[in-house]
Design a protein around this ligand. Structure first.
Ligand SMILES: Nc1ncnc2c1ncn2[C@@H]1O[C@H](COP(=O)(O)OP(=O)(O)OP(=O)(O)O)[C@@H](O)[C@H]1O
Length: 579
C-alpha cells in the first residue's frame, strides 16, 4: 500500500469531523473575498460618486468580513487540530501494537534507539504537520481558489496573469521539495543514529566511568553531530532559496497586473475600482500559494518520518491473531529434536535437543556456559521458532496455538530481572494485578523478601528506580521470584533464578521454592548443581546437545561430565562423601 492510501485510511474514521472542518473553511473562504470587492466599491461608488454616507456601511462590511473569517477559520482549525491528534495517536498505537506482536528476532537485530526515535520523534514531527500545516492547507486552498474565481469573474486577464506567475513560482518549489525529501530522509536516519548513541552512552554510564571511555564517547557524538550539522545547513539553505523566490514573485505580480489593468482602464474596459479589487486579491491569492509552496517543503520533510512509522505497520507478526487459545494448561511439555540457530547467525545453537517433562514434574538443566540452555527456554516460550523439531504442550503444537495464552500460564524468573521504575507493590503485582494482600505477603515471604520490605521506610510503596537500580542484584532477583510465585502458574521456569543470591539466602529461597514446586511443571536452569539435585530428571546440555540425562544420583554414578562438574564445584569433604 502506498503512503497516501495508508494516510487516507487513518483519516477515514474522522470523515464527519473533516466535513465539518471543510464547511467552516468554505464559509471562512467566502468571507475572505468580501473585503477586496468592498474596497473596489469604495473607489468606484463612494469616492467616485461622493456618496460619503455609504462609506460607513462599507467599513462595517469589511470589519464584519474579517470577523467572520477569523471566527470560521478558528472553528475549522480547532476541529482539524483535534482530528490531527486523533490520527497521530492512532498511528502511534498501531505501530506500538505491531511492535509488541513482532518476533523477538526483530528486537535482537534492531537498535533500541531507532525504535524509540520512530515512536517519539518521528511521531512528533508528523504531529507538528497535522496541527499546523494540514489545517492551514485547507484554508489556503479554499482562499486561493475563491480569490482566483472572483478575479476571473471581474477581470479575467488579471486572473490569467496571476495564475501564470504562481505556476512559475510553484514549479521550482515542488522541484526543491523532492530534493528536500531525500535530504530529510538522510537527516532522520542521522538523528536516529545519534539518538541511539546518546541513549546507549547514558545507559552504560557506569561502564563508561569504570573504563574511562568518556573521551571516546564524546568524540563519537561530536563526529555524528558534525555530519548532521553539515547536512542540516544544506537543507536549511534550500528552504531559504524557496523563500527568496517567493519574495521576488510577490513584488513582480502586482506590477504586471497594474500594467495590464492600467491599460484596460485607459481603454475604458474596466473601472479603477475593479483594478483596485484585483490588486487587493493578489495577497489573498499569493499568500496561500506561497505558504502552500513552503508547506509543501515541510510536508516533503515529514514524509520520511511518515515512511519510518509506516514501516512498523508492516512488521511481521509472531503468530496469527486468529489462532486458537490453549485453554487451561496442565503442564505436559515435550520438545522434540530441536535444531536452531539465531536469525542472521550461522552457528547451530541447538542440535537435535529433545526434552520431555510430565505434568507436575521438575526438570533441571545444567551445562557449560553458552551450551544453549536459555535458548531452549526461549523456544519453549515460543519467542523463537525452531528450524527443526517440534514443541508440544499437553500434546498440542505450540506454534499452532496462540502462544500468549500459554505464556500467561507460565511463571518465568530469568537471569536478567526487569523491574519497572515504580513502587515495589506495582512490580510485584505486575503478573497478577488483582492479587489480595494475603497472596502478596505469602509470595514475598516465599521469595525471602519480607525482611527487606519491613526494613524500608515506605514498605511496599518504595520506588525501586529505573530498571530497579535502587535494589541490589539479589534483591531484584527476589522481587522477580515473588512476582512469579504470586501468579501460581501451572508451569514454572527458573533460569539462574537464584544465581545473584548469597549462599544463605539462596538456601532459604530454595526451600520456599521447593514448597511451591510440587504439582507444577518446573524447569530449573542452574550453574550450581545443588540447585537442581532434587529434580526428577537432570539434563546436561553441552554445545547444543543433550550429553547426559538422569537423576542426580544416576548422573553421579555415571561418572561423566556431570560428575566432573560436581567435583569441581564442591569441597574436598563433599568429594570424599561421593567417593
Ligand atoms: N540473540 C542472540 N543472537 C545470536 N546468538 C545468540 C543470541 N543469544 C544467544 N546466542 C548464542 O547462542 C549460544 C547459546 O546461548 P544461551 O544463552 O542459550 O546459552 P546458555 O547455556 O544459557 O549460557 P549461560 O549458561 O552462559 O547463560 C551462545 O553461543 C550465544 O552466543
Amino acid at each position: 500500500m502506498n503512503l497516501l492510501t495508508i494516510t487516507l485510511q487513518h483519516f477515514k474514521p474522522y470523515w464527519r469531523k473533516l466535513s465539518l472542518a471543510l464547511f467552516f473553511s468554505l464559509v471562512g473562504g467566502a468571507f475572505t473575498i468580501l473585503p477586496p470587492i468592498l474596497v473596489g466599491k469604495l473607489v468606484d461608488e463612494v469616492i467616485g460618486d461622493k456618496a460619503i454616507a455609504f462609506i460607513l456601511w462599507i467599513v462595517f462590511g469589511i470589519l464584519a468580513a474579517f470577523l467572520g473569517k477569523a471566527v470560521f477559520e478558528s472553528l475549522q482549525e480547532f476541529v482539524q487540530v483535534k482530528i490531527g491528534f486523533d490520527v497521530i495517536t492512532d498511528m502511534q498505537i498501531r505501530a506500538f501494537k505491531r511492535l509488541h506482536r513482532t518476533p523477538m528476532s526483530f528486537f535482537s537485530t534492531t537498535p533500541r534507539g531507532d525504535m524509540l526515535y520512530r515512536l517519539t520523534h518521528d511521531v512528533e514531527s508528523i504531529q507538528n504537520l497535522n496541527n499546523t500545516v494540514v489545517p492551514r492547507i485547507l484554508q489556503q486552498v479554499i482562499s486561493a481558489v475563491a480569490a482566483f474565481i472572483t478575479v476571473f469573474a471581474i477581470y479575467w486577464p488579471a486572473a490569467i496573469v496571476m495564475f501564470i506567475v504562481f505556476a512559475i513560482y510553484i514549479f521550482p518549489s515542488f522541484k526543491l521539495g523532492k530534493t528536500m525529501r531525500k535530504m530529510s530522509a538522510v537527516q532522520r536516519d542521522m538523528s536516529a543514529d545519534m539518538y541511539q548513541h546518546l541513549q546507549e552512552s547514558i545507559e552504560s554510564v557506569r561502564l563508561v566511568r569504570t573504563y574511562q571511555t568518556q573521551k571516546d564517547e564524546i568524540a563519537t557524538q561530536e563526529r555524528k553531530l558534525a555530519n548532521w550539522k553539515t547536512y542540516s545547513i544544506r537543507a536549511a539553505l534550500i528552504g531559504k532559496v524557496n523563500w527568496r523566490l517567493g519574495n521576488l514573485f510577490n513584488i513582480a505580480t502586482p506590477g504586471v497586473v497594474m500594467l495590464i489593468g492600467g491599460l484596460a482602464i485607459w481603454q475604458g474596459n474596466i473601472t479603477i475600482g475593479t483594478l483596485v479589487s484585483c490588486l487587493n486579491f493578489i495577497p489573498i491569492m499569493f499568500q496561500p500559494v506561497r505558504s502552500l509552496a513552503e508547506n509543501a517543503l515541510t510536508i516533503q520533510q515529514a514524509i520520511p518520518a511518515l515512511q519510518r512509522i509506516y514501516e512498523y505497520f508492516d512488521l511481521p507478526e509472531e503468530h496469527e491473531q486468529s489462532l486458537p487459545d490453549f485453554g487451561l494448561v496442565r503442564g505436559k511439555i515435550a520438545l522434540h529434536n530441536i535444531g536452531f540457530s539465531y536469525p542472521g547467525s550461522e552457528k547451530q545453537v541447538l542440535k537435535g535437543v529433545s526434552v520431555s517433562v510430565e505434568e507436575g514434574k521438575h526438570i533441571g538443566i545444567v551445562g557449560t556456559s553458552g551450551g544453549g540452555k536459555s535458548t531452549l527456554i526461549q523456544i519453549l516460550l515460543g519467542l523463537y521458532e525452531p528450524e527443526k523439531g517440534s514443541v508440544t504442550i499437553d500434546g498440542k503444537d505450540l506454534f499452532k496455538y496462540n502462544r500468549n495464552s500459554f505464556r500467561r500460564q507460565v511463571g518465568v524468573v530469568s537471569q536478567e530481572t526487569f523491574l519497572l521504575n515504580s513502587t515495589l507493590r506495582n512490580n510485584l503485582l505486575y503478573g497478577k494485578p488483582d492479587a489480595t494482600m494475603e497472596e502478596l505477603e505469602e509470595a514475598v515471604e516465599a521469595a525471602g523478601l519480607k525482611e527487606l520490605i519491613d526494613s524500608l521506610e515506605d514498605k511496599y510503596e518504595t520506588i525501586v528506580g529505573e530498571r530497579g537500580l535502587k535494589l541490589s542484584g539479589g534483591q531484584r532477583q527476589r522481587v522477580a521470584l515473588a512476582r512469579a510465585i504470586l501468579r501460581q502458574p501451572p508451569v514454572l521456569i527458573f533460569d539462574e533464578a537464584t544465581s545473584s543470591l548469597d549462599g544463605e539466602t539462596e538456601e532459604k529461597v530454595q526451600e520456599s521454592l521447593e514448597q511451591l514446586i510440587p504439582g507444577r511443571t518446573t524447569i530449573t536452569i542452574a550453574h550450581r548443581l545443588i540447585t537442581v539435585r532434587k529434580a526428577d530428571t537432570i539434563l546436561l546440555l553441552d554445545q547444543g546437545m543433550v550429553a547426559e540425562q538422569g537423576t542426580h544420583e544416576e548422573l553421579l554414578a555415571l561418572k561423566g561430565q556431570y560428575y566432573q562438574l560436581y567435583r569441581a564445584q564442591y569441597s574436598e569433604l563433599e568429594k570424599e562423601m561421593i567417593g
